[in-house]
Design a protein around this ligand. Structure first.
Ligand SMILES: [Cu+2]
Length: 608
């Protein structure tokens, strides 16, 4: 298949997508007005490097995404970093040179490789990071195909530009066809120093949340639920010292959302000829932002998730957790422009691009959806209770409702609206269906460092998630993900591990089973074993959980076609299970991929 991400004949400017993109429109920052060709060039995204030997160099780069000049952490003078094009079966050699004033690293996200090549300082075998002025040469055989990405695993460099896409061409022909393909990398840029963002979050966790309730919100609520219901609901939130508007920690209030490194003022540009089938390889390379992606006027056929083929499913929209990737095929049949619209989960902003047969054409940019509001389900509470429920039941007393025996992958949407459906047994309990065990909280989950425990955490595979329910569009859910091939390792799990995602939002402390990384023992896996990991989200935020070095075989309800992922969203108040084949010796990182959660919500896994 041809790769034409680099197909236009404009002279490549080596640097600063950002400067031209941000400032061309604002008329700021450039000494000479950019030519039209330069303006277009700046909208085409990062360049492609292919082959088996790569030289990647970290250096600071002056960029301008917002009208203000800032320094980014660039790789080969580019934000995002260059697209790397590999071929399955090749051995790649990547020399990474650090010209920054601090340590750096590169982690190859989702790539199966030996631990000492995985690039996580002090976790990967023998790897301590790359000191300023030094180089590290990675070398490994590429054992897979699909869309992945790479990023720094040092400090907050991932927030300041150190991320790029990897596309691996398969040995065997793909099970679908297309005429051209593009990478679509989503990210969240901010002009602030990330360590200042983190310090502010630690001090005041809702610093970036500008959606506090207004009087008119209150009046609307009173209309809907009456005074008593309103007071009860408010009391519930106040007692929990939470806000039902806490969807994201860091928002469009400070972020500028980028598509292939281009700010929304201009938007990334992808060209097609009418009648072509176009593959779009989406990567969420954000530090903190979930995106909901759609292309008004086009259906998207999702053909791969996290680089791995799935049975094609045609949708209007899909949600991308941080670090997830999806490949979709679109067939624009009209000679018109289309907007690729990626709104942040909290609707505080969006990234956008234009797919068009002609750079002169533009497409309408849709309105953002209303900001979502968290409900009972998102707190892991049982459904079908009215708003006036006794909040004393939170944290205890609801175990009687918690049988854990939901059938997965079936319609639970009725549950949101009060109807208690009959609880079906969860299959026969083998691989593919998730755990039959009830949710039990660890003793370490009690204390001031934890502000919530989901007592009715359920599998919600067919829940598109907060802000996407009942929006009139066909939204991809995890229940839709079926491996195109047979389940790679059909063994039953020999054991299960429960990991509760925990935290205290107000104190901005994140942990697993109530224990932060600094205080935690590693998770041990026996080489060759098949185990099940049950993730239970005892917080009100979505967490994208990433296991390095091994696949997360997500139990979506079909034991014969279990899809493989590297990053799995755990929805607020929900649980999810996957199987792992411990086939990779050594030390591996296992963590929430929200950058500012990672310090606490992190474990080292040791396979021996
Ligand atoms: Cu997290």
């Amino acid at each position: 298949m041809p790769f034409v991400g680099d197909h236009l004949s404009f002279t490549r400017r080596r640097f600063v997508q950002g400067v031209a993109a941000g400032s061309a429109l604002l008329g700021l920052g450039l000494h000479a007005a950019p030519t039209r060709a330069e303006q277009l060039q700046a909208r085409l995204g990062p360049k492609v490097l292919s082959g088996t030997r790569f030289d990647l160099t970290y250096s600071p780069l002056k960029v301008n995404f917002t009208g203000k000049e800032r320094f980014a952490t660039a790789i080969n003078g580019s934000v995002p970093a260059p697209i790397l094009r590999w071929k399955e079966g090749d051995t790649v050699t990547l020399k990474v040179t650090n010209n920054l004033a601090e340590d750096a690293s590169i982690h190859w996200h989702g790539i199966i490789l030996p631990s000492d090549q995985d690039g996580v300082p002090h976790v990967s075998n023998g790897f301590k990071g790359i000191r300023p002025g030094e180089s590290f040469t990675y070398r490994f055989q590429v054992q897979q195909s699909g869309t992945y990405w790479y990023h720094s695993h040092s400090g907050f460099q991932e927030q300041t530009g150190a991320y790029g896409v990897i596309v691996i061409d398969p040995k065997e022909p793909e099970p679908f066809t297309y005429d051209r393909d593009y990478v679509v990398m989503l990210s969240d840029w901010n002009d602030e120093d990330p360590s200042r963002i983190y310090a502010k979050l630690k001090k005041l966790s809702d610093y970036y949340n500008r959606r506090e309730r207004t009087l008119s919100d209150a009046l609307a609520d009173i209309d809907k639920m009456g005074w008593e219901g309103f007071l009860n609901a408010r009391q519930m939130w106040n007692e929990m010292r939470m806000s039902d508007r806490d969807i994201s920690d860091v928002t469009g209030y400070t972020y500028t959302f980028l598509m292939n490194g281009v700010a929304p003022a201009d938007g990334w540009l992808g060209l097609f000829k009418r009648g072509e089938r176009v593959r779009l390889c989406f990567v969420n390379g954000s530090a903190m932002t979930f995106f909901d992606v759609r292309i008004p006027g086009l259906k998207m056929t999702v053909v791969a998730a996290d680089g791995q083929y799935i049975e094609p499913v045609t949708v209007d929209e899909f949600r991308m957790g941080v670090a997830e990737t999806y490949d979709v095929i679109v067939e624009p049949s009209d000679d018109r422009a289309y907007t690729i619209f990626a709104q942040a989960i909290d609707r505080s902003g969006y990234a956008r691009g234009t797919l068009t047969p002609d750079p002169a054409l533009t497409a309408e940019v849709p309105e953002m959806d209303p900001a979502p509001i968290l409900g009972h389900m998102d707190m892991g509470m049982d459904m079908g209770m009215d708003m006036g429920m006794d909040m004393g039941m939170m944290g205890h007393g609801m175990h009687g409702m918690n049988h854990g025996g939901m059938k997965m992958g079936h319609d639970m949407s009725g549950m949101q609206h009060g109807g208690m459906k009959q609880r079906l047994p969860m299959g026969s309990g083998p691989a593919g269906y998730g755990s039959k065990r009830p949710v039990v909280h660890a003793p370490t989950e009690y204390g001031p460092h934890i502000d919530m425990r989901a007592d009715a955490a359920r599998y919600r595979l067919d829940d598109p998630g907060i802000g996407l329910r009942d929006n009139g569009r066909r939204v991809l859910t995890y229940a839709d993900l079926r491996n195109l091939g047979k389940t790679p390792d059909p063994r039953e799990p020999e054991r299960e591990i429960d990991l509760h995602l925990t935290g205290n939002m107000a104190r901005y402390m994140w942990s697993i089973n109530g224990v932060k990384y600094a205080d935690a023992e590693p998770i041990h896996m026996k080489y060759g074993e098949r185990l099940r990991i049950n993730l239970i989200n005892d917080t009100m935020m979505n967490h994208p959980i990433h296991l390095h070095g091994m696949w997360s075989d997500l139990e979506t309800g079909d034991p014969d076609h279990i899809p493989r992922k590297h990053t799995v969203i755990v929805q607020p108040g929900a649980r999810i299970s996957y199987l792992v084949t411990a086939d990779a010796m050594g030390g591996w990182a296992y963590h929430c991929h929200l950058l500012y959660h990672m310090a606490g919500m992190f474990r080292k896994v040791i396979v021996s």
